[in-house]
Design a binder for this molecule. Sequence first.
Ligand code: ADP
Ligand code: ASP
Ligand code: MG
Length: 826
Amino acid sequence: MIKPDPWVVHKFGGSSVADADCFRKVATILEAAPAGRLAVVLSACRGVTDALLRVVALAERRDERMRAEIAQLRERHVALAAELLGSAAALEYREELERDCQTLEETLRFLPPPPAPRRVSDLVAGYGELWSTRLFRPFLEQRARRPGPVVWLDARRVVVVQGGPLGPGVQWSESRANIATQVPSDFQGTLVITGFVAVDRHGVPTTLGRNGSDFSASIFAALLGASAIHIWTDVDGVLSADPRRVPDATVIDSLSYDEAVELAYFGAKVIHPQTIAPAVHDRIPIWIRNTFAPGGSGTLICDKPASTLPVKGITSIERVALVNLEGTGMIGVPGTAYRLFGALSEEGISVILISQGSSEHSICCAIPQEQAERAAAVVSRAFERELEAGQIQSVGIDADQAILAVVGDGMAGTPGIAGKVFTSLGYAGVNVRAIAQGASERNISVVVEGRSAMRALRAVHAGLYLSPHTLSIGVIGPGTVGRVLLDQLTVHSEQLHQQFRLDLRVRGIMGSQRMLLADARITGSDWQARYRAEGRPADLARFVEHVRLDYLPHTVLVDCSASAAIARHYADWLAAGIHIVTPNKQANSADFAYYQRLQSARRAGAAHYLYEATVGAGLPIVQTLRDLIQTGDEIVSLEGIFSGTLAYLFNVYDGRRGFSEIVRDARQRGFTEPDPRDDLSGQDVARKLIILGREMGLPLELHDVKVESLVPAELAAGTIEAFMTELPRHDAAIAVRLATARARGKVLRYTGKLTAQGEATVGLQELDAQHAFANIALTDNIVRFATRRYCDNPLIVQGPGAGPEVTAGGVFADLLRLATYLGARL
Ligand code: ADP
Ligand code: ASP
Ligand code: MG
């Protein structure tokens, strides 16, 4: 006798049979499958099961709209048949459908008082699968592109189940006997089988639960001894996270049965949790594939998956409540857990996760939110005596929680995964309420507040390098520095994304008048045009609210303005977990009390505050100082030229042209502030000394700095124009100072100096011509760190310390530093 071909089971979900075009796609996939026996399990057409359950709900309320709902279902299927079947077959289909609809209406008209018996709702819910398969069978047959007959099989003639605490349990011996009578062992062709439906031991129609057609597929695979199961759906396979929540989720190439069970149990809707069990016994491989992209490789679920990634995926279950039993009287008392779970189980409340501290002082578990109230009552009743006696202090119920599960066989024995999970949650400001890890180490589950679930999911997904690290960025002040920063981000973002999986997503730009908000990354070569065309009136609160999206883990505000008003918000932003990167000196040089508020907000929260570019633009001055101090060096003094503008003026001023002429020239070349008095007054240098001084722990205020201003007193007020016109009258005075210095073989430089004792001075100094400060170029800054370690020969940092390119570069570098603090690997 010739051995018949092995069976292969193909299951198509509701989205794969949503409309006529989908049915054609399904047929094409089957026709392309290798020769052999096919068992094709279909779901109801998309949305039909939901509609049928709505029908039941309407019938319970005796709501007449029930009939309209049934009529709509009828119309939809009639239209499908008209499009897909020849006229005789379509007519036959239609007649049967009419009969079903009539039976439906009659059954539901005479319902006993609500709720409708389970028997009725199961019967009604199952019609969707009858209608989709009865349509598909003749359709496939009439195309005649597969050998052998196409036979319809109602799963209710085969699959017998019995309800139990873990869901429907398959009665294998009865089901096996049934299949033997329904499908001859030498059958060579295609079976079209209703998914989702089954019967109980008394032959009463029932279902396998929502999404149960996946389970049907694996039951039939086991019954038929199939060699493979293909589950066809609307995504490319099992993804590393729910794609609706994490758009960057990627296809997992292979999973073990255990991993698939964990993912399914903890919310990966793509596969029903019970599907795996029947396949495991006979080691039947399961493929998850996309009906709409059948060429893709999909996900293989099997015994020994090739992929060895420690973490395969992350899932979430929302709308759960935590039940928390707490009390000192529980310590060392056996049986508490037994009583707690016994009480819940008696009420049919399913426990999703359990966590108990090793002190036994508290036990908590997560349950579906709908059952929270009942759970509170049941547990309080079960522990009535202990509550009264004070041995148990409270039975707490926390609603609106979510469970996040990180799944992967490879986590066992790979240290550091839990660390990464919790670090990512911490950085994203997500509070963890409870933790559970099974001894299998295959799953780490955490309970977090429901409203931070999405943020938590994305943070952990990125933290485990399953998707790029995303920073939601708002840039304030697209002026000189801001504009260049946005250009630099435009040029380099793509590379950072590809090379380091870092997504620096500028989602808002705000100037003094207007702002541009967007969801996707704004930086692109057209950002300026978009800012002009799509910008709307600036509104800081709205701007911050937009940039701070709940589902993106990290929010950064980059303040490139010079505004003191903006700087006043930093403390609140930091306290709210928003990171700040800035070249704006205002905040760090404001009153000391505010500075302290900033630093304590930074230390208290999870937010970082980076401001390297406030001193010396892109030069590493703040960081160098911090490194010295934090490694135990002692700063004796800091001295240098801290203003690119003043450096330039005195590098160029040689007495041949008047000083005012050089100022004018520098202003025209954009080397000064719009009002050059801002530079010449020395205030800018004083602010930088304050910033460095405070970094050294000195409680300096701006008025503590002795500043020699180069703005003549009578020109301090008045317009810029008046100032520029009048300045030449003061050229003589400064020329005399230059001549005097020269006579002594010295040069003039505008410097700042700060000592460990807190003396801070800013002003013109005569220096030897060989002095390091006398030999810098153009707008160079130079800072000399005299420290205990660097005493004979001080540490010097020197280089261009002004200009939009280098300042923006400094801000950009801070932004990348921030990304690494948040877990990106650069
Ligand atoms: P079908 O109708 O084919 O049974 P489902 O809607 O039941 O399809 O399941 C597929 C859907 O599951 C996908 O469209 C996706 O939105 C969702 N889903 C949730 N988590 C995951 C995941 N981890 N991987 C893939 N899809 C997932
Ligand atoms: N049609 C059923 C449901 O919507 C079963 C399934 O699609 O898997 O739940
Ligand atoms: Mg499904």
